[in-house]
Design a protein around this ligand. Structure first.
Ligand code: AMP
Ligand code: MG
Length: 341
């Protein structure tokens, strides 16, 4: 593989970037693209050999299915078969949350290669809201398979430079449109109809579309995780989004037992001087997810960036302060727990 190029897709450069990325995708190549959640590694979803390159570049096991992205809601019927009993619910959800960070698992259309869905009879579908991704998806006029643009099990990239660190030398092109607006991966649900009642949404992965937002349309239940099972969402494997540095989610400050001579860094929520976490130890470094104000949306955007920064700081361990588990806090805590393995 020749060196990886980075092309800016901002303002006047957007058209050229869209054209180049689309040409590569059409030729069966893989390209890292910005989405509103995290950067994705894109391939033509209908081209199995292109999809195989995604698995190879990521070192992703073949049992871990990819999300398929469509350019318009009308394209849903090209990638999935929506069962009549949930058609109304799917219409409401897509009208409300698409384009956006909600992925819906549906029975797959026969045109979708088995490699994309890891042999599952279902396909995970969403429509990205990112203007650059949308433009490429529309120009290509085919569904795009795109998991996060990181090596398997590692921290998801929220910037082009993070993609370069993960996949540089393995892919021909990264389209750079700056930092991602959401910062954590899409919410993933499947839908179970219930006679005469609102459907049940099985939450396969917590994300930017919160339980509170989904509850208007159905009853939200978490998917139970069983180790040893084929994962429904390997983003849901107990150890994922993992820094190379030991990572501890410190639910109680009293449980912190530092070893002499070791260097510890703190990921704090607000980073205020009066925080029990900030005052707990003479930290080598402190990074805040939402400095001062404590906003979950900002914390989500900064989460993977801060995890990466800490991972590169030469620490003996990274200590993370929990955030409140409401709204977006559910997705943030999910990622912190998985980083802690
Ligand atoms: P990534 O984009 O890397 O976060 O990965 C996409 C996530 O979607 C993975 O964790 C997949 O397991 C999950 N996913 C994709 N297709 C399906 C499916 N058919 N059923 C359940 N989960 C899926
Ligand atoms: Mg991923």
């Amino acid at each position: 593989m020749p060196e990886t190029r980075i092309l800016q897709a901002i303002d006047d450069d957007m058209k050229d970037a869209v054209r180049e990325a689309t040409a590569l995708l059409r030729a069966g190549e893989i390209v890292a693209l910005p989405t509103e959640t995290v950067y994705g590694l894109a391939a033509d979803a209908l081209n199995p050999s292109a999809v195989a390159k995604v698995f190879a570049a990521k070192e992703r096991p073949s049992f871990d299915p990819l999300i398929v992205h469509i350019a318009s809601r009308g394209d849903l019927k090209k990638v999935a078969i929506v069962p009549a009993e949930i058609a109304e619910t799917v219409a409401k959800l897509t009208a409300t949350f698409w384009p956006g960070p909600l992925t819906i698992i549906l029975p797959k259309h026969p045109d979708i290669p088995d490699l994309v869905t890891s042999g599952l009879p279902t396909v995970a579908v969403r429509q990205s809201a990112h203007p650059v991704f949308r433009a490429i998806n529309k120009e290509l006029d085919r569904p795009i398979a795109a998991p996060s643009a990181n090596r398997f099990g590692r921290i998801s990239p929220t910037s082009a430079s993070a993609v370069m660190k993960e996949l540089g030398g393995r892919i021909p092109l990264i389209i750079d449109a700056g930092a991602c607006a959401e910062g954590v991966e899409s919410t993933i649900i499947s839908i179970e109809p219930r006679d005469g009642k609102k459907p049940v949404f099985r939450l396969h992965r917590a994300g930017p579309i919160t339980k509170e937002q989904l509850q208007e349309f159905g009853k939200v239940e978490k998917v139970k995780e069983k180790t040893g099972d084929l994962p429904h969402a390997p983003g849901q494997l107990p150890s994922h989004y993992a820094p190379l540095t030991p990572f501890i989610l410190l639910e109680n400050p009293e449980d912190f037992k530092p070893e002499p001579g070791k260097k510890y860094g703190l990921i704090s929520y607000r980073g205020e001087d009066d925080s029990p976490y900030v005052n707990l130890h003479d930290w080598e470094t402190v990074e805040s997810l939402s400095p001062g104000s404590g906003k979950l949306a900002e914390a989500a955007i900064r989460l993977f960036f801060v995890m990466r920064l800490m991972d590169e700081a030469g620490l003996d361990a990274i200590i993370a302060e929990p955030v409140s588990e409401t709204g977006l806090g559910v997705a943030i805590m999910d990622r912190l727990r998985r980083a802690a393995g």
